[in-house]
Design a protein around this ligand. Structure first.
Ligand code: MN3
Length: 202
């Protein structure tokens, strides 16, 4: 069973008013994410050890294995983008009470969380991701990973929210201004309802 590109949970124009234009979503979903899925399926086709494995299993078994770097990059990026589409919403930006309380307890407040998240994304040198993670100690933390890596692979915890800081994610809307993309993302695009639901399920 080949891996498939999931549909976006909103239309390609749905985030335009919030700072992510149709062309960004069209290219990012239809070209970039599709390319990771196609490449991953190509690797699975050629390697019987990968056949029948879940995406999560492939991410974990290929992590930090030099001879599986290409498999990991594409599997990680498929996993990351499946999450990323759900982490955005046309009605984003509002933080549900239960999540806000947890952010206040573990991260010192919403402003501190947003600063830490923006800083993680802005200081990820080159391509990568920044995350809001529920650690194994039960506390929220903000982390970053390079390229296609993620908290599932590193074992840092359960990802509640992930933001793509590869240039293809923001260049059409914000040019080279990654900090502005991140500010806009945490204020207007981030789907904290989804993050709260992930926290609830954990
Ligand atoms: Mn991307």
């Amino acid at each position: 069973m080949a891996f498939e590109l999931p549909s976006l949970p909103y239309s390609k124009t749905a985030l335009a008013a919030n700072g992510m234009c149709e062309e960004t979503l069209d290219l990012h979903h239809g070209r970039h994410h599709q390319a990771y899925v196609t490449a991953l399926n190509g690797f699975v086709e050629k390697d019987s050890n990968l056949q029948g494995k879940s995406l999560e299993d492939i991410v974990k078994l290929s992590y930090n294995k030099p001879d599986m770097a290409s498999v990991f990059n594409n599997a990680g990026q498929h996993w990351n983008h499946i999450l990323f589409w759900q982490c955005m919403s046309p009605t984003g930006g509002g933080i549900p009470g239960a999540l806000e309380k947890k952010i206040n307890e573990d991260l010192g407040g919403v402003a501190q969380f947003k600063d830490a998240f923006k800083n993680a994304g802005a200081t990820q040198f080159g391509s990568g991701w920044c995350w809001l993670v529920l650690g194994s100690d039960g506390k929220l933390k903000v982390t970053k990973t390079p390229n296609g890596s993620n908290p599932l692979a590193t074992g840092e915890g359960k990802a509640l929210l992930g933001c793509d800081v590869w240039e293809h994610s923001y260049y059409l809307d914000f040019r080279n201004r990654r900090p502005d993309y991140l500010q806009n993302w945490v204020d207007k695009i981030a789907n904290y309802e989804f993050a709260a639901a992930q926290l609830q399920k954990a």
